[in-house]
Design a protein around this ligand. Structure first.
Ligand SMILES: Cc1cc2nc3c(=O)[nH]c(=O)nc-3n(C[C@H](O)[C@H](O)[C@H](O)COP(=O)(O)O)c2cc1C
Length: 190
């Protein structure tokens, strides 16, 4: 077991990097938000990855949240390099244009960030890329699709239901804190 297995499960995303009009896609789960104002994301990319090389030239990337039904594709994309095959062609990955960056976005997303690189720093066998989020793509409010999580220890992908009420007006009225307190008091001892 490696130390980082402790920090799983993690959300599996697809990163697109593109330089001189040639996009490449790869699977990443070492990513996290690092700033709210301005919005920023950090990702750790292996120093040998083709994606890192492209990003170091283009200074931008997109990061897409995947629906759970793309788990097999995520596993395949994450086990081959764009240096060896054209993954977008091989796995027939549909892309859509970015709004604020030249780099395209995975079309089958349930949310995505368009990022411009503000910093790349060395971190052992990976490099940390910090990107400012210059545009966001949000899922439809009534989307019931679940994001793809990966658990390294058991090597399984699974979905997680997002709590997303379709119609707030139909939700049951929640008790005010005082009402809730009354309920507890009256429930047994008093
Ligand atoms: C579920 C999963 C998550 C991964 N997460 C990362 C990651 O966060 N950072 C990374 O450098 N590689 C990660 N990888 C490995 C890369 O996707 C893999 O090395 C890929 O071949 C690199 O492709 P590229 O050379 O086209 O960039 C992950 C692989 C899988 C299957």
């Amino acid at each position: 077991m490696s130390f980082y297995h402790l920090f799983y499960p993690r959300q599996t995303c697809l990163l697109v990097a593109s330089y001189e009009g040639k996009p490449n896609v790869t699977t990443v789960d070492w990513h996290m938000p690092v700033s709210a104002k301005p919005p920023m994301i950090a990702i750790a990319l292996n120093n040998n990855s083709h994606s890192l090389e492209l990003i170091s030239h283009s200074k931008e990337f997109t990061l897409a949240v995947l629906p759970e039904n793309m788990k097999e594709m995520a596993a395949q994309i994450g086990s081959t390099s764009g240096r060896v095959i054209d993954k977008i062609d091989e796995y027939k990955i549909a892309l859509e244009k970015g709004r604020k960056v030249e780099t395209p976005i995975i079309k089958q997303n349930i949310g995505a960030a368009e990022c411009k690189v503000v910093q790349i720093s060395y971190a052992g066998d990976h490099s940390i890329i910090v990107g400012e989020v210059v545009d966001m793509h949000y899922p439809d409010e009534d989307s019931e699709t679940t994001p793809c999580l990966y658990n390294w220890g058991s090597k399984t992908f699974f979905g997680l239901v997002r709590p997303q009420p379709k119609d707030n007006s139909k939700e049951q009225k929640k008790p005010a804190p005082s009402e809730g307190a009354k309920e507890i008091k009256g429930n047994g001892t008093n």
